[in-house]
Design a protein around this ligand. Structure first.
Ligand code: HEC
Length: 154
């Protein structure tokens, strides 16, 4: 083996070691601290706010319905993420402690929310705006849940 080949192999071995160390470091970073948990669930909620508002513009005819299915699907995906986002028991933000002390009820509401928005997203693929509008009313129980589980902004 020539000198330069040997040093190439040595460098490759070092890069291999470095990437192993880096991926371990990344695994450690992936454990969210409490503040991150709160920020994350608030981001998902803000996303739901934008997505349901955009969907509202489409079903009300302000925007042509070309993106009806895309927008309904985006809302359904965020509803599914929302349940996951509240799983870590981290009190704070605008969440009432009841989110976790009444977890069976709260998580059931999230589950129903995710299921109904998924159903709405499926129907949206047919392009039937009227049917999506009808399903949307039950599929988006935002205020119902907030009245029970979110503290009002001052
Ligand atoms: C099953 C309960 C539940 C449902 C359904 C729900 N939310 Fe929320 N939402 C919450 C809780 C709890 C918070 C407070 C989160 C926190 O700050 O810890 C919240 C917070 C928010 C916030 C404030 C985020 C911030 O920046 O602090 C917005 C906006 C929001 N929700 C919009 C929506 C919209 C729009 C929908 C319906 C499409 C919806 N939510 C459905 C429980 C729910």
């Amino acid at each position: 083996m020539s000198q330069s080949n040997a040093s190439i192999f040595a460098t490759a071995a070092r890069i291999g070691l470095l990437s192993a160390v880096l991926s371990l470091a990344c695994l450690q970073v992936a454990v969210a601290d409490d503040e991150d948990v709160i920020t994350y669930r608030q981001l998902i909620m803000k996303q739901l706010d934008s997505e349901s508002a955009a969907l509202g513009m489409i079903v009300s005819g302000q925007i042509p319905p070309d993106s009806l299915a895309l927008q309904a699907k985006a809302t359904a995906n965020s509803a599914r993420s929302a349940l996951k986002a509240f799983e870590p028991k981290v009190l704070g933000g605008e969440s009432k402690p009841e989110v976790w002390s009444k977890w069976a009820d709260f998580s059931k509401r999230m589950e129903v929310f995710a299921k109904n928005t998924a159903e709405m997203a499926k129907v949206s693929e047919t392009g039937n705006v009227a049917k999506v509008t009808e399903l949307m009313i039950d599929a988006l129980p935002c205020k119902e849940c907030h009245d029970l589980y979110r503290t009002k902004k001052k």
